[in-house]
Write a protein that binds this ligand. Structure first.
Ligand code: PCA
Length: 210
């Protein structure tokens, strides 16, 4: 089955488009005959990894795409790397603000996403594929807040599990009834389908230089 997660609102916002996109993408996948479920994660450092791990144990998914809101972005961010580092600029929903702490003490410095990000980028850039017409990019930083924590915890628990493909995607902010929710949901559903049956990653340049 395919597990999609989104976050509760945080930082004083009233909604979090990542949850709306996760729910819509799960519906799309089910309409396509696949088993999928969406779940909400708390934006709380102390509990988010445990809630995720509970979902992994209960659902035993083959594909996991955790979604989060990137308030400052305008594109779908296909996250490549989760780092073992927390540095919260703002407090989480429990008022906690960890600074310079690891996600997992003694864990590796970083994990790469297990999702076929380049294949997804190629599919999303192909207007004929009808995957939602969203601007997407590979992102090389998922930040240092709860999203990066959940991404790292997800990879820490699944990277060595055969048959499980997992990773993280940031979505831009959207209002509740924004048609962009549906477009981003179609893009996430396309990524999930590719992850179920991944081929070789295309040599598509999507990096940056500064
Ligand atoms: N975005 C935050 C945490 C929850 C969310 O949706 C982040 O990018 O870390």
């Amino acid at each position: 089955m395919i597990l999609l997660t989104g976050f509760e609102p945080f930082g004083g916002a009233e909604s979090n488009s990542s949850l709306a996109v996760a729910r819509e993408a799960a519906l799309i996948l089910e309409e396509q005959g696949l088993r999928a479920a969406a779940a909400e994660l708390p934006c709380v450092f102390a509990t988010a990894p445990a809630v995720l791990e509970g979902l992994l144990a209960a659902r035993r998914p083959h594909v996991v795409i955790a979604l989060g809101l990137a308030a400052g972005r305008s594109t779908l961010g296909l996250e490549k790397v989760a780092i073992n580092h927390l540095d919260a600029r703002i407090a989480d929903n429990a008022g906690k603000q960890p600074i310079d702490l690891p996600v997992v003490a003694g864990g590796p410095a970083a994990y790469f996403s297990g999702l076929p990000l380049k294949a997804a980028l190629q599919a999303l850039r192909d207007p004929a594929a009808g995957n939602g017409h969203v601007a997407a990019e590979i992102s090389y930083s998922a930040g240092t807040f709860v999203c990066n924590q959940v991404f790292y915890a997800l990879m820490h628990h699944t990277h060595a599990v055969p048959g499980v493909s997992a990773g993280f995607v940031h979505v831009p902010p959207m209002r509740d009834a924004d048609p962009g929710i549906g477009h981003h949901a179609r893009a996430v559903a396309a990524l999930a389908r590719l992850a179920l049956d991944p081929g070789p990653e295309p040599a598509l340049a999507a990096g940056t230089e500064y």
